[in-house]
Design a protein around this ligand. Sequence first.
Ligand SMILES: [Zn+2]
Length: 318
Amino acid sequence: MKIFLLSLLTVTTIWADAHIFVYHRFGDSRHPSTNTSIEELRKEFDYFKQNGYEVVPLSKLVETIKKKESVPDNWVVLTIDDNYKSFYQNGLSVFKEYGYPFSLFVYVGAVDKKYSDFTTWEELKEIGKYGSLEFHSYGHEHMTQISDEQIRQDFEKGLNLFEKNLGIKPKYFSYPYGEFNERVKEISKNYGFEAIVNQNTGAIAHFSDPYDLDRCALVGETNLQKYLKYKALDAQWIEPKEYPKDDILLHVKVKFNNPTKHGGVYLSGHGYRDVAVINNELNVKMDKKLTQERSRIMVSSGNKISTKLLIKDTYGTH
Ligand SMILES: [Zn+2]
């Protein structure tokens, strides 16, 4: 039965919901874990072109979700975190050549302090002619590890400098390191962003939360075709909502909004297991000690997934 389902998926699922991808460095072999070679970038762009994908601006996807309109299966959105010099020097010309829009999330402190590995304000203005410039914090802190007041100061300093130097207000925010929890998310939402993107593997559909949009990372050896097969799972997380206080994850409880009988749970450090879904509710006793302060739970039904990132809030404990 399982083999039958899997083969059915590979045959029928050419397109599956929209996907947002995130890149970091381009053609910079000094940092293989965050780099995309120019050869790989062209391969991915050719794949989009040859297989009917449409690369759309992030704004088009966000507007569609906000209107709760259905999201075309062939939409792809390209984003870049950290305005590394290598995007300006190596990546930008490829985006221009293919005519693909993008959103670049700016680490403002690196520009302000003139770090040599990052773009200048002038280079950002040039980049802004071809894509949108967005916000990625001032100090690139692990936001779950600093106080509410420190998070607010970071936003205020960074947004002021962004607007002063670029003459525009950013519409979107991406969390430094993709790290957030409910506390960080609630503070971030106060700064007038139209959407916030994370760095959890997933896909985007009309029911996706604009303030919690999943992005698949395209770095190093890429899983592009695997990512493109994922669909968004329409589900509500009941438990856990946060990193458990004593590091013990007792249950995973998720309500599926569509009729479902079988599901799966993946927990980083502990692996995957199949589970029965009863009355459209997945309710699994885990009783697992989390071994990483950054743990990931993925709940699935076929190729539909929903990811919850659990980050230990260490502010006040260090
Ligand atoms: Zn970053």
